[in-house]
Design a protein around this ligand. Structure first.
Ligand SMILES: Cc1ncc(COP(=O)(O)O)c(C=O)c1O
Length: 446
C-alpha cells in the first residue's frame, strides 16, 4: 500500500485504514487524489499544484473556499463556545441562524429544525411528515412517495424514497409503504436543453394514479428534488413542480422539496422553490448553508406544521427527534458568516446572471466524441458520455482521473455522466477554462 506525505506531518501516512465513502477504494489507493488546502476557486495538492474547482467540493462550497469571514467566525466560535447541549438548552446563534434561514424561504416556511447533513435533513422531514399527520388525527397517512432517480441521502428513509438502484439494492427491504413517481428524464424529448425542459410536466399526473391506487387517506408526503443532482443533473420540466403542488393540495399531501443541492443560490435564488414559484410544506437543506465549511443540515417547515405540534402540556416534548449536534455552535457561526457573504456579495443574483454564459459554454461540448446529452440549470451541468461497451462507468472514471492528474480540474463523475457545479464566485474566464478543459478530457477518453 503506498505511503503518502500529508501536509502537516513529516511521518508517512498509510492509506489502508481509511475506507473512503462512495469511492472505488482499490483504484483510489493505487493512484490517490489528495487535497491539502484550498482558497477561493482552487484546491491545492500536497505538492502545491492548483486545481480549479468545477464542483464546489461536493456541490457545497457555494461561497468559494476558505473565505476569510467564514474562517474567522469559526475560529472565534471555537474559542468562545465549543458545544452546548442541543436538548433542553440552546445558544443564541441557533436562534439567529434559524431566523436568517427562514427569512430566505418562501411563503410561510418560518420554522427551522437543525441537523448535521442532508441525509439527516431528509429523515427529519419524513419523520415530521408522519408525526404531523399523527398529531392532526390522521395517523393512517403513512405512505411516502419519492421518485425514480431521486437522491435523498443515505439514511434508511432517504434510500427508501430515493430512486437510484445501487443505493438501494444491497440494503434489504427498506421502509415499507413507499412508492415512486417516474423519473422526468427522457433523452429523446429533452436532449441538449438549457434549463427546464418543455417536455415532462404531465409526468406529475402519475401522482393521481398513486392516489387512486392507495387512497389519499394513506399518503403522508411526496418528496422530490427540484433538480435531481446526484443522479446526473436533471432539471424539473417546466410546470412539473406546480402540477405536483396542485395535486398535493387537492389530496392533503405534504410536499417536501429536497433542496440540499439547490438551496443557497445554485439555481440563482436562495431556494429553487422561488425559481419555480412553488411553496412547499417543507424544504430540506444542508451543504451551502455553511458553504461546506462545517457540517450542517436542516428542515424549514410551514407555520401550520410547527403549530400543529405545539399543544398538550407545556412541559412535554412536542417532537421526539433531534441530534446531539443539532445547531452546533461552530456550524451556526459558520452559517451566519456564510449568509452574510451571500448577501454582501449578492452571490445568488450572480449565479443567475452567469447562467446564460454557463449554459452556452456547456453546450459547446455538443458534437464531441461520445457526448449523448448536455443538461444545464443555474450553475450546474450534466454531460452524458456513451459508456464503453465492456465497462459501464469506466469512461467517466477515466475522465475524473485525467481531470485531476492531467488537467488540474475537479469534476464529478456519476457513472459515465460528468457533473459540473462550481462555486458561485466563478469568473467568466474560469467558466471558459472549466469547459475547455472538459472538452480536452472528453476527447482524451474517446
Ligand atoms: C438532494 C440531496 N439530498 C440529500 C443529500 C444527502 O446529503 P449528505 O451527503 O449531506 O447526507 C444530498 C447529497 O448530495 C442531496 O443531493
Amino acid at each position: 500500500m503506498p505511503a503518502v506525505q500529508t501536509t502537516t506531518q513529516s511521518v508517512p501516512n498509510d492509506l489502508e485504514a481509511y475506507w473512503l465513502p462512495f469511492t472505488p477504494n482499490r483504484a483510489f489507493k493505487k493512484a490517490p487524489r489528495l487535497i491539502a488546502r484550498a482558497k477561493d476557486m482552487h484546491y491545492y495538492t500536497p505538492e502545491g499544484r492548483a486545481l480549479l474547482d468545477g464542483t464546489a467540493g461536493l456541490w457545497c462550497t457555494n461561497a468559494g473556499h476558505n473565505r476569510e469571514p467564514i474562517v474567522a467566525a469559526i475560529q472565534r466560535q471555537a474559542a468562545e463556545l465549543d458545544y452546548s447541549p442541543a436538548f433542553s438548552f440552546a445558544h443564541p446563534k441557533a436562534f439567529e441562524l434559524a431566523s436568517r434561514v427562514a427569512a430566505l424561504a418562501p411563503g410561510d416556511l418560518d420554522h427551522v429544525f437543525f441537523c448535521n447533513s442532508g441525509s439527516e435533513a431528509v429523515d427529519t422531514a419524513l419523520k415530521i411528515a408522519l408525526a404531523y399527520h399523527n398529531v392532526k388525527g390522521q395517523g393512517a397517512r403513512t405512505r411516502l412517495i419519492g421518485r425514480e432517480k431521486g437522491y435523498h441521502g443515505v439514511g434508511f428513509g432517504g434510500i427508501s424514497v430515493g430512486g437510484i438502484v445501487n443505493n438501494r439494492k444491497y440494503f434489504g427491504t427498506l421502509l415499507a409503504g413507499v412508492d415512486h413517481l417516474p423519473s422526468t428524464y427522457n433523452r429523446e424529448q429533452q436532449a441538449f436543453t438549457k434549463g427546464e425542459p418543455e417536455w415532462g410536466a404531465h409526468l406529475a399526473d402519475d401522482l393521481e394514479r398513486t392516489v387512486a391506487l392507495h387512497d389519499a387517506s394513506t399518503i403522508a408526503a411526496v418528496i422530490v428534488e427540484p433538480m435531481m443532482g446526484s443522479a446526473g443533473v436533471f432539471p424539473a420540466p417546466k410546470g412539473y413542480l406546480q402540477r405536483l403542488r396542485a395535486i398535493c393540495d387537492k389530496h392533503g399531501l405534504l410536499l417536501i422539496l429536497d433542496e440540499v443541492i439547490t438551496g443557497f443560490g445554485r439555481l440563482g435564488h436562495a431556494f429553487a422553490a422561488e425559481r419555480y414559484g412553488v411553496v412547499p410544506d417543507m424544504i430540506t437543506f444542508a451543504k451551502g448553508v455553511t458553504s461546506g465549511s462545517v457540517p450542517m443540515g436542516g428542515v424549514i417547515v410551514r407555520a401550520g406544521i410547527y403549530e400543529a405540534f405545539m399543544r398538550g402540556p407545556e412541559h412535554v416534548t412536542e417532537l421526539f427527534h433531534g441530534y446531539t449536534y443539532s445547531a452546533h455552535p461552530l456550524a451556526c457561526a459558520a452559517g451566519l458568516a456564510t449568509l452574510d457573504l451571500y448577501r454582501d456579495e449578492d452571490l445568488f443574483a450572480r449565479a443567475k446572471k452567469l447562467e446564460p454564459k454557463w449554459a452556452d459554454a456547456a453546450m459547446s461540448l455538443k458534437g464531441l466524441p461520445n457526448v449523448l446529452d448536455v443538461r444545464t440549470v443555474g450553475l450546474t451541468a450534466g454531460i452524458d458520455l456513451a459508456s464503453r461497451p465492456d465497462a459501464v462507468g469506466k469512461r467517466g472514471y477515466d475522465a475524473l482521473e485525467r481531470a485531476f492528474h492531467e488537467e488540474s480540474l475537479m469534476i464529478r463523475a456519476v457513472g459515465d455522466t460528468l457533473a459540473l457545479t462550481p462555486p458561485l464566485i466563478v469568473s467568466e474566464a474560469q467558466i471558459d477554462e472549466i469547459f475547455s478543459k472538459t472538452a480536452k478530457l472528453i476527447r482524451a477518453v474517446a
